[in-house]
Design a protein around this ligand. Structure first.
Ligand SMILES: [Mg+2]
Ligand SMILES: [Zn+2]
Length: 193
């Protein structure tokens, strides 16, 4: 199997509005451009894995089964618009989790690369031809940790953290939102085989 390029996406603040701990379906609001952006990536031949820190599970603020329901609902809304994501990867851990089993320094909480590495194995991804899009510096760092390029979007936390770039932090681009990030990636050329 030949490896394929991917665009890894952060969830909260990138695909949907960041409401803090998203713990009820009524709090789910996809950005108006989200479905079109994902569909464009699908059609250009990019795999689209979602990588989301859900430390709220460890903090007892979000129920793990609800996260699965939420992702199924996002899948339904994307499908209604002819778009899809290729995998959901969530980290339930938190260094200060109140649920003891989840209070660990894991390998999957962004910027650690565990979730993206799992997607790379599961889906057959070539990280060197891939991108990561997110609204926090940990998203940018995750992309670089797997050897991909990274784009920070100004939705969610992006506008607030844009001016607080960590010392020495590089980033390939900072753009207004997911639609602009996808346009930039597609302008680079087709994903190819
Ligand atoms: Mg985010
Ligand atoms: Zn984790």
């Amino acid at each position: 199997m030949s490896l394929r390029p991917a665009v890894f996406l952060d969830r909260d603040g990138t695909l949907n509005e960041d409401v803090g701990y998203l713990s009820a379906m009524s709090q789910l609001t996809l950005y108006p451009f989200a479905i079109d952006a994902v569909r464009l990536l699908n059609r250009a031949g990019y795999l689209v894995p979602m990588v989301t820190n859900q430390g709220g599970i460890g903090m007892g603020a979000i129920q793990a089964p609800f996260v699965d329901e939420l992702h199924a609902e996002i899948d339904r809304r994307l499908a209604a618009g002819g778009a899809h994501v290729d995998g959901w990867y969530s980290c339930p851990h938190h260094p200060e989790a109140i649920i003891e089993a989840l209070r660990v320094e894991c390998h999957c909480r962004k910027p650690a690369p565990g979730m993206a590495e799992a997607a790379i194995r599961d889906l057959g991804i070539d990280p060197a031809r891939s991108w990561m899009i997110g609204d926090k510096w940990i998203d940018v760092q995750l992309g670089h940790n797997i050897g991909a390029r990274s784009i920070l979007v100004r939705t969610g936390w992006g506008r607030r953290v844009e001016g607080a770039r960590p010392e020495g932090q590089r980033v390939e681009a900072i753009v207004d939102d997911l639609a602009a990030a996808v346009a930039l990636i597609l302008a680079e050329g087709h994903a190819g085989g």
